[in-house]
Design a protein. Structure first.
Length: 378
């Protein structure tokens, strides 16, 4: 069936913290979702009403698509719809859609066009499920009977010339919040089709989190590894994974020589491609002499957070004949969990020997290896 589509994308996004039509959703600008949906069902015209001066942004948003055209919008939604309608072929049915509802499908469009066989206008709607309260500020004044009340969504469909005629009889000062209202005012036959929660309108900034889930966006899981060695020297204790462990020797290093935290810091840096611990804390820099290594680990965790990421889990293996790690393992897990802001359950500390082989077997030094997984936004 031939029809035109007018997609209203002229808003300034005052409630959602900026123009949401151009914002990315699942890797595509919000408005592109609707344009693609209408092009996919073979709309004869896809007219997109945009804010003044946004033509270049629109061209970028619709790169690679054919069959759309742009109209500059007006100060209010109804004015923008009128301007879009003026470009639409009056001999065709027209569907008017809000760009802020990106999940329109061919099924929604098909139901609306079918509804026009017995009505002049149609819109998807959902029954009101929540109890409605009238309030004066935050003081409830009464409960409103919700029976017979529906939440109208878009797209809204109009038989040829019906919406043009309806807006022709509504004064320009009137600014209905949807287009069905203009036809209702003119006494037209209006029908409801089944609504869909996925036709949600992106109104507030928090709506985008829900929309990203509907868009199937998944964060990317990344893995990093780290390895570190320190040599034994004079002393009576070693620092391992943030815990001081009594021993017949100390570990030699510029900082506190905490092999476990150094390997773990490198694992986190590796997961986000941020170089290694030496890039961030050069051993040549005197300020890190004797430094407590939890600062290095916190810094790496901060870089993950700055990317909008979160640490999933970490796993450290300490490689030594002595000291015995097991008696201190739980304290180490708790310390690392505390530094990284993770649950203890997400932190593993293990130990192994090398069966007396190599430098660790000869107790010349101690090694640690670590793995970290992080999630960062797609
Ligand atoms: Mg080291």
């Amino acid at each position: 069936m031939s029809f035109s589509a007018v997609i209203v994308a002229a808003g300034s996004g005052s409630r959602s913290g900026g123009p949401k039509q151009w914002r990315g959703l699942g890797g595509r600008p919000v408005v592109r979702w609707s344009v693609e949906a209408f092009l996919a069902v073979g709309a004869d015209q896809v007219i997109v009403v945009i804010p003044q001066g946004d033509d270049d942004r629109a061209a970028e948003a619709f790169a690679g698509l054919d069959g759309w055209s742009l109209v500059t919008g007006g100060p209010q939604r109804a004015a923008s719809v009128r301007l879009g309608l003026a470009r639409a072929d009056p001999s065709l049915p027209v569907l008017v859609h809000d760009a802020a509802r990106p999940f329109v499908t061919s099924a929604h469009i098909g139901e609306l066009l079918a509804a026009l066989e017995s009505a002049e206008a149609a819109a998807p709607a959902l029954p009101v499920a929540d109890t409605l309260k009238a309030a004066d500020g935050d003081r409830v004044t009464r409960t409103v009977d919700r029976s017979g009340l529906w939440r109208a969504q878009t797209p809204q469909a109009f038989a040829p010339g019906v919406l043009q005629a309806a807006y022709g009889s509504v004064s320009v000062e009137e600014n209905p919040t949807d287009d069905l209202a203009a036809v209702e005012a003119a006494g037209g036959r209006v029908r409801l089709t089944p609504g869909d929660p996925r036709l949600m309108k992106l109104t507030y900034p928090e709506d985008f989190a829900m929309a990203e889930i509907l868009a199937g966006s998944r964060p990317i899981v990344r893995v990093g590894t780290g390895f570190d060695v320190h040599v034994f020297g004079p002393g009576s204790s070693v620092w391992l994974c943030g815990v001081e462990v009594p021993h017949s020797h100390g570990l030699v290093g510029h900082s506190d020589a905490d092999c476990g935290l150094h390997a773990l810091t490198d694992a986190l840096l590796g997961a986000i491609g941020e170089g290694d611990i030496g890039d961030h804390f050069p051993p040549s820099d005197p300020q890190w002499k004797g430094a407590s290594s939890d600062r290095f680990l916190s810094h790496a965790a901060g870089l993950v957070a700055a990317r909008g990421g979160r640490i999933n889990n970490v796993d450290v293996t300490l490689i030594c004949e002595a000291p015995k790690v097991k008696p201190h393992r739980q304290a180490m897990r708790e310390r690392v969990a505390d530094i990284l802001g993770l649950s203890v359950d997400s932190v593993s500390i293990k130990a192994t020997t090398t069966e007396r082989l190599g430098f660790a077997g000869r107790q010349e030094g101690l090694a640690a290896q670590a793995v970290a997984t992080v999630e960062i936004p797609a």
